[in-house]
Design a protein around this ligand. Structure first.
Ligand SMILES: [Zn+2]
Ligand SMILES: [Zn+2]
Ligand SMILES: [Zn+2]
Ligand SMILES: [Zn+2]
Length: 315
């Protein structure tokens, strides 16, 4: 089951295959013609656009740019052996300078022609299947993909080594089905955290609840950990989406007892920031253990914290 989520978005070979499949529906196109078209204007050939663009794709050239060893697209310096077999720079190191195709010594020959040809290509973003329909110059594609809004998110669940990635609906389903996370509808909440042995902070306890409001999802984290030697509890909110959208929301958290109250107001952090990063930046409601036990009342043997909160959208 978990595998299902990972595979579609896996980096590496999948992009190349995806591109190849799409562009097999496009007519073949001789790159040399495109390049010889003159008056200085550069003609770009578009690969994998489903044939909608006016410029057609180059079958062979794109495949030539795939490293025969690792199948990734090659970026400068692209190497070749004396017989002309090409290979990416990572693989050149890996094969210890011996051409994997003809076994000749690779030497140090760069394939400038292929590097130049790559400049004339434009390729779709590797996250096309996740909704990004932009087309990029060959050498600008990688940079875009590192920041593409459609790139998969990592699972926001804390406390386990979960490697699941995907879009938000996929992750919401995953949190619910695989991590058995509580889901709540609404923008206000009133939670009670109870812990029977609050002096065992070392094995950091934590909880995650997902809130569904404004048609978006928010992760409320609550956990015990130590800042230096001081045991604390911390509650904070993360937004299931990108940072630019997270900033459109605000939230408050309140905790108290015995006539005292702590209030935190903040902006949810994007789940692009790891759970740990947010926690370590202390961007949330922090309650010292002594105070938490005071809020709990009773004999300090049990922690009972009521945390209320609200999420709203800034205009
Ligand atoms: Zn390679
Ligand atoms: Zn060779
Ligand atoms: Zn993209
Ligand atoms: Zn997970």
């Amino acid at each position: 089951m978990p595998l299902k989520f990972g595979i579609d978005m896996a980096p590496g070979g999948s992009t190349c295959k995806e591109v190849r499949e799409t562009h097999s529906t496009v007519a073949d196109y001789d790159i040399s013609l495109a390049k010889s078209e003159n008056n200085g204007a550069q003609t770009k050939s578009v690969v994998g656009s489903g044939g909608k663009c006016g410029v057609h794709s180059d079958n062979g050239v794109h495949e030539l740019l795939e490293c025969p060893v690792c199948s990734d697209l090659m970026y400068p310096p692209i190497h070749q052996c004396p017989n002309g077999h090409t290979l990416c720079s990572n693989c050149k190191i890996r094969v210890r300078n011996c051409c994997p195709t003809c076994r000749y010594d690779l030497g140090n020959i760069r394939c400038l022609a292929l590097e130049k040809v790559a400049e004339s290509l434009e390729l779709p973003c590797r996250y096309q299947s996740l909704g990004c329909h932009d087309i990029f110059p060959y050498y600008g594609k990688l940079k875009h993909e590192q920041h593409c809004h459609f790139r998969p998110h990592s699972c926001p669940y804390a406390g386990s080594e979960c490697s699941i990635t995907g879009d938000i609906p996929t992750l919401v389903a995953h949190l619910k089905d695989d991590h058995k996370v509580d889901m709540h509808d609404g923008c206000t909440f009133n939670h009670r955290y109870v812990k029977s042995n609050p002096h065992e902070v070392e094995n950091a306890t934590w909880m995650l609840t997902v809130f569904n409001c404004f048609g978006r999802q928010f992760c409320l984290h609550f956990e015990a950990f130590q800042i230096g030697v001081a045991p604390v509890y911390m509650a904070f909110l993360r937004f299931m989406g990108d940072d630019n959208e997270a900033k459109k929301f605000s939230y408050t958290l309140e905790v108290g007892g015995n006539g005292r109250k702590l209030i935190w107001q903040g902006i949810p952090r994007s789940i692009r920031d790891s759970h740990r990063k947010v926690r370590d930046s202390q961007d949330g409601l922090i309650i010292q253990r002594n105070l938490a036990l005071y809020f709990s009342g009773g004999d300090r043997q049990e922690l009972k914290l009521r945390i209320t909160g609200r999420i709203w959208k800034e205009e």
